[in-house]
Ligand binder design. Structure first.
Ligand code: SAH
Length: 341
């Protein structure tokens, strides 16, 4: 292992402090930051406006730990999935979803996942470790760098890849702050969404520390059903979750996104739809209905599009904004819940 610091895991203020300590002027931090977060270089020697001596000095303290691309797959619908190899050889997946007016990057925060939601393919892989700050920031840097040549932009980031972001909280907070830095990657809080299975004691922190959009994986409105689909519910049940959302510090005009994957015969009845409407009462909400993405070996069955539409009519009919999420990247196993690394 390297005893030096991973450069992209630092906040700009931290770099400033270190260089200050060395007796360097603040503009050095600006220069370096612009190389790493704007010009997206991956080596200290690429920072050509720094003297050789200064670069040498930097190399003694910092290095790049950018993940290596092991595999890149492009879907028929232009969704791109990368398999990334980390320094210790473990792998995570990252997905890019291009749309007409934006480009969304789906970032992973853990290798594997500890939640074991039975309908999610990632859940079949035990948690290996948390990602470090730099390993999350580098996903954005790497994607921007890779897509630049093709004229594709990363405008939005969703923490919806492998892992539970609220179980790697400190690193996620720092990575998101770095990603939001207006002098660097500059992706604003409205363009970032953190998706959680509902780690209730942490929810208010997200609002206070980050102010990014919050998506909650609900998937069931009866504890018996949700206990099974999202085992975390046995610890933090629907009542506790609702209570936390009623007091959540939501920024003006924003809503909580509720993710609801539709599984045939399990949570997709008209009665479930009415239950969902009742459950969300009082919380400014928008509902994302997710068609189940099957994976090899799963026993869950996707609801028919007819069923999903009928579910949507009931929920939407109550006045809640309700969208059916596009099934993007299904042919390359890049869709929700298909990431296994
Ligand atoms: N751990 C976090 C983020 C990762 S999952 C969370 O639970 O929110 C991102 C979303 O994909 C979650 O809503 C998850 O429930 C959903 N998902 C998982 N497996 C899926 C599958 N096979 N089909 C459709 N959506 C799935």
């Amino acid at each position: 292992m390297n005893s030096t610091l991973c450069l992209t895991g630092l906040m700009r203020g931290e770099l400033l402090d270190i260089l200050n300590h060395w007796g360097e002027k603040p503009f050095r931090t600006k220069q370096i930051w612009s190389w790493t977060h704007c010009k997206l270089v991956g080596a200290i020697d690429d920072m050509t406006d720094l003297s050789k001596d200064f670069r040498q000095r930097l190399k003694e303290s910092f290095y790049f730990c950018r993940p290596k691309i092991k595999l890149r797959q492009v879907s028929q619908d232009k969704t791109i999935k990368w398999l990334l190899e980390l320094e210790d050889g473990l792998c995570v997946e990252m997905v890019y979803i291009p749309e007409d007016d934006r480009g969304t990057l789906c970032v992973s925060c853990q290798v594997g996942c500890s939640l074991s939601c039975p309908f999610c393919h990632t859940g079949t892989h035990r948690l290996e470790r948390n990602l470090r700050v730099a390993e999350m920031v580098d996903q954005v840097i790497l994607a921007r760098f890779e897509l630049m040549a093709e004229g594709l932009r990363v405008t939005n980031v969703v923490l919806m890849g492998m892992g539970e972001p609220l179980y790697n909280y400190d690193a996620v907070v720092k990575a998101v702050r770095i990603i939001m830095d207006p002098n660097g990657l500059a992706i604003g809080s409205r363009k970032i969404t953190l998706s959680t299975a509902g780690v209730v004691p942490r929810l208010a922190d997200v609002g206070r520390d980050l102010g990014v959009n919050l998506a909650i994986s609900l998937h069931g409105v009866h504890n018996e059903v949700r206990d099974r689909l999202v085992p975390l519910n046995r610890k933090h049940d629907l009542t506790a979750l609702k209570q936390a959302m009623l007091t959540y510090p939501l920024k003006g005009g924003r809503r909580i996104t509720w993710e609801y994957v539709l599984l045939e015969g399990i949570n997709d009845s008209d009665e479930d739809a009415r239950g969902l409407v009742r459950y969300l009462k009082g919380v400014p909400s928008k509902v994302n209905l997710i068609p189940f993405n099957p994976w090899p070996g799963t026993t869950f069955v996707p609801s028919s599009m007819e069923r999903i539409k009928s579910f949507q009519e009931i929920v939407g009919g109550s006045g809640l904004v309700t969208v059916i999420r596009d099934r993007r990247g299904g042919d390359i196993a890049a869709a929700c819940g298909q990431l296994v690394g």
